[in-house]
Ligand binder design. Structure first.
Ligand SMILES: [Zn+2]
Length: 243
C-alpha cells in the first residue's frame, strides 16, 4: 500500500452526493435508504467518481489495498451498512478489487476505543508508517496496530492463497531493479526506450515496492541497504518523479 492523493470533484457531483446524503439523514431508516440509494446511485456523478478513483489509484487502476488486481469496486471505507451517513461521501470511497472488497473486507471495520479506524486509508494515512516492507521476502511487518489489522483483514502476507501477495511484491522488487538498470543503460542513446521503461516501472503492480525503493534511497543508510549502485541510480534518474 502507498499514499494516494484524492482529487476534488466537480461542483455538480459534490451537490449530487450532498442531496442523496440529506435524503438518507432525513429517512426513518437511514441504513435501508442508503442501500436503496446505492442501488440507484446517480449515473453522471458516479461516472466521474469512478474515473477519478481509477486515476488516483496506482499503476493501471490497481486495487488500493492489495495493489495487484484491477480495481473493479467502489469500496466504502466506512461500510455503508453501519455508517449510512457516509455512504455518499467522496472521502469514503476507495477503489478495490472484488476479492479485497467482497471476500476479505466485507463489513469488517475495526475501530479503536475513540472510534478511529484501525485499517489504513491510503488517502488519509501514510501506509509506510504502518507497514514496513521486507524486500527479501515481499512481506510486510506491522509497525503498530493499524498495520497489523490491515495485514490481517486484507491478507497482505497470505502466502497460502494463489494470489500470494508477498511473492508478487518480491517479484516486483526483482523486476523494478532490472528495469532501473536497463533504464540507466539506454537513457542517453535511446530516449524512447528509456521512456517506455519509465512508464513500465511506474505502472508496475505493487507500487509500494517502487515507493519503498525511492524512500530507502533517500535515507542516510540507503546505499548500504540497496547497494550504492542502485541507490545512486534512483537518485541520479530522479525516480521519485516517476511515481
Ligand atoms: Zn485488492
Amino acid at each position: 500500500m502507498r499514499r494516494l492523493i484524492r482529487p476534488i470533484l466537480t461542483t455538480n457531483t459534490i451537490r449530487s452526493l450532498g442531496r442523496v446524503t440529506n435524503r438518507i439523514l432525513a429517512a426513518q431508516n437511514p441504513k435501508a435508504r442508503a442501500e436503496k440509494s446505492w442501488d440507484n446511485k446517480p449515473g453522471v456523478a458516479f461516472s466521474e467518481i469512478r474515473r477519478k478513483l481509477e486515476g488516483m489509484a496506482s499503476g493501471r487502476s490497481r486495487c488500493m489495498y492489495c495493489e495487484d488486481s484491477f480495481g473493479t469496486d467502489i469500496d466504502h471505507f466506512w461500510p455503508k451498512a453501519d455508517y449510512p451517513e457516509r455512504a455518499f461521501l467522496w472521502e469514503n470511497y476507495l477503489l478495490a478489487c472484488s476479492f479485497c472488497n467482497s471476500n476479505l473486507k466485507r463489513k469488517l471495520f475495526p475501530i479503536d476505543a475513540a472510534g478511529s479506524p484501525l485499517l489504513i486509508d491510503p488517502t488519509v494515512d501514510h501506509p509506510e508508517l504502518h507497514l514496513g516492507l521486507l524486500p527479501t521476502t515481499g512481506e510486510y511487518i506491522s509497525l503498530g496496530v493499524k498495520g497489523a489489522e490491515s495485514i490481517k483483514v486484507f491478507g497482505l502476507n497470505d502466502t497460502a492463497s494463489s494470489r500470494n501477495l508477498p511473492l508478487g511484491r518480491r517479484q516486483a522488487f526483482v523486476c523494478l531493479l532490472a528495469l532501473l538498470k536497463e533504464y540507466d543503460s539506454v537513457h542517453v542513446n535511446d530516449p524512447n526506450k528509456a521512456n517506455e521503461i519509465r512508464l513500465a516501472a511506474k505502472d508496475f503492480p505493487f507500487s509500494a515496492v517502487l515507493n519503498w525503493l525511492v524512500t530507502t534511497a533517500q535515507l542516510p543508510n540507503g546505499p548500504s541497504v540497496l547497494g550504492a549502485d542502485v541507490a545512486g541510480l534512483i537518485q541520479t534518474h530522479n525516480v521519485q518523479g516517476w511515481l
